[in-house]
Write a protein that binds this ligand. Structure first.
Ligand code: FAD
Length: 336
């Protein structure tokens, strides 16, 4: 039987505060930045929902980043993410408190959690959003995401159900500013969770042995494309990235060739990035690549082909062979 809801009883903007081993993930700070904008435009409060164990410091941090209220579920069973426990606690909280908008990061955790929560509370979900806006007419949230393989941007509205739920790609929204003098309220949720409700147990957390690249946090990304011609080309880009205190990114074509690991891939099926400087070397600028890097502050493109589409989004373009241009850039950096 469909659940009958009084939509007018749903209020405020919620951000799911994703934490791992007691550390709030950067995407949650970005969602607080975006959530503040939505809360201001709808005249509502910005709230965070935090699940974990010994959460006091994290709750303070969320307030410093702009949360007016933090709903906290503090329990040993919630120390690490498990699908069962987090789905139950968040769904129960939504039923009880009735938020109007719920935002989660489109991370591995958010992608697992959000559709389950949406199904439990009988609402829709727009996954993988890259833009959120409030419709000035009816105050509904306009959720924009790439569709049809990234060839169009679709704007989706949640009709007749609440809350309006979105997952948002990490690295797309601007982070909230921290202000430790901010005041906010911490509200303990009444958790109805028994050990039997949780079918999985985290026994041990093992860090990946391979070198991890953190594209989302990087200030400078030097990215390589098929124009490199060979896997060894990335060594040259690594030298430039090291000189600039940055990391190496890649197009999907190079990942598909096996020249570099997928963790370096930028774009629709890779990571969405927003560094201060993005240098695209030998990348043509396919829509699926641009979708992941167009919000960078300064884009520099190096390409042999003057009509490559990457130049349409570049702030600075260099038409030339990257194997000549990149060493010259490094020389110039060395000279200071
Ligand atoms: P190419 O398109 O082959 O471009 C190589 C460029 O290098 C050319 O512009 C050429 O002029 C230039 N060049 C050649 N030699 C030199 C030289 N010596 N010096 C300077 N320039 C040179 N792609 C992504 O990147 N990320 C994604 O997440 C992604 N997701 C996708 C999802 C879907 C559903 C689909 C269908 C595709 C996706 N793609 C993605 C693939 C995308 O469509 C392109 O195929 C890919 O981005 C092309 O990579 P590229 O620019 O390195 O290669």
């Amino acid at each position: 039987m469909p659940i009958v809801k009084d939509l007018s009883s749903y209020k405020n903007v919620w951000v799911f505060a994703e934490q791992r081993q007691g550390k709030i993930m950067p995407v949650s700070i970005e969602l607080l930045g975006e959530g503040r904008k939505l809360a201001t435009e709808t005249g509502s409060e910005l709230c965070a929902i935090l699940l974990g164990y010994n959460t006091e410091d994290m709750a303070k941090e969320l307030i410093a980043y702009g949360a007016d209220k933090v709903y906290v579920a503090d329990n040993a069973l919630l120390e690490n993410f498990t699908t069962d426990a987090y789905t139950k606690v968040i769904s129960d909280a939504i039923y009880e408190v009735k938020p109007e908008i719920v935002l989660m990061g489109a991370t591995h955790i958010g992608r697992d959690l959000a559709p389950r929560v949406a199904a439990r509370v009988d609402t829709g979900l727009t996954a993988d959003c890259t833009q959120l806006e409030i419709d000035p007419e009816d105050k509904k949230i306009l959720q924009t995401r790439p569709a049809f393989g990234g060839n169009i941007m679709a704007t989706i509205v949640c009709q007749g159900h609440r809350p309006q739920m979105s997952t948002v790609r990490p690295g797309v929204m601007s982070k909230a500013e921290m202000d430790e003098s901010r005041k906010g309220e911490v509200i303990a949720l009444d958790i109805k969770l028994a050990k039997e409700d949780v079918r999985t147990e985290v026994v041990e957390i093992v860090k990946e042995a391979k070198e991890l690249v953190s594209l989302t946090d990087a200030d400078v990304i030097v990215a390589g494309g098929k124009g490199l011609g060979k896997a060894e080309g990335f060594e040259l880009l690594k030298q430039l990235a090291d000189k600039m205190g940055g990391v190496v990114g890649a197009s999907r074509a190079t990942v598909d060739e096996g020249w570099i690991d997928h963790s370096h891939q930028v774009g629709q099926t890779g990571t969405t990035v927003k560094p201060t400087i993005y240098i695209a070397c030998g990348i043509s600028g396919a829509i699926q690549h641009i979708a992941g890097m167009q919000s960078s502050d300064i884009i520099i493109a190096i390409n042999k082909n003057a009509s490559a589409p990457i130049f349409d989004v570049a702030d600075y373009g260099i038409v030339g062979d990257l194997y000549e241009v990149v060493p010259k850039l490094m020389e110039a950096l060395d000279k200071g």
